[in-house]
Design a protein around this ligand. Structure first.
Ligand SMILES: [Zn+2]
Length: 185
């Protein structure tokens, strides 16, 4: 965060969510790197608190932008991530989506397995997906940012590797996007 004119602040991401904040009244800005670990530690909520403390920012004056990141459609996480959110947020349930893993061999050749699985033994492992954008929007709102002042680009980096870098989709062999903000001198 800064209120110094003429410099740019930036974060580099490739799936994690960049969140940019601008207080045009007090002329202060901030940019935050919100992966699941930062989100569970409330980096955006705390960032707004720090802007209040250092710059006298009123959350109602803030404008926020949520950049491209991996979205709930693609962001599969382990149960430990869900547990971490459940321990921190009363609304954790609204941030996760669960599906049964697709059993492609069984779907493709059902006859092959018709008698292979006894009833009640066909439970497939569940897949858990986290909606980081929703989690960070919620933190912005809880900190007092007005809904109409939140701009979410809505892009999923994993769905759109034609336009963005995705650490997960591209298995770590990828670049980084830069989200930057500054105050004109
Ligand atoms: Zn996606």
């Amino acid at each position: 965060m800064t209120d110094v004119q003429g410099i740019l602040l930036a974060v580099l991401t490739a799936d994690c969510l960049p969140v940019v904040l601008a207080d045009s009244k007090n002329r202060a800005v901030g940019v935050f790197h919100a992966g699941w670990r930062g989100t569970v530690k409330r980096i955006v909520e705390k960032g707004i608190g720090e802007m209040q403390r250092w710059f006298g920012t009123r959350p109602g004056d803030l404008r926020a932008a949520i950049g491209p990141g991996i979205r709930g459609c693609c962001y599969q996480v382990g149960p430990e991530v869900q547990t971490a959110f459940q321990s921190q947020f009363a609304y954790a349930e609204a941030l996760f989506r669960e599906t049964k893993a697709r059993d492609e061999i069984h779907e493709k050749y059902p006859l092959l397995f018709l008698t292979a699985r006894a009833p009640g033994h066909s439970e497939l492992p569940k897949q858990i997906f986290l909606d980081l954008a929703r989690a960070n929007r919620r933190q912005l709102l809880d900190a007092g940012v007005v809904a109409k002042n939140i701009a979410d680009l809505g892009f999923c980096t994993s769905c759109r590797v034609d336009a963005f870098f995705s650490h997960r989709k591209e298995k770590g062999m990828t670049g980084r996007m830069m989200a930057a903000v500054g105050i004109r001198a």
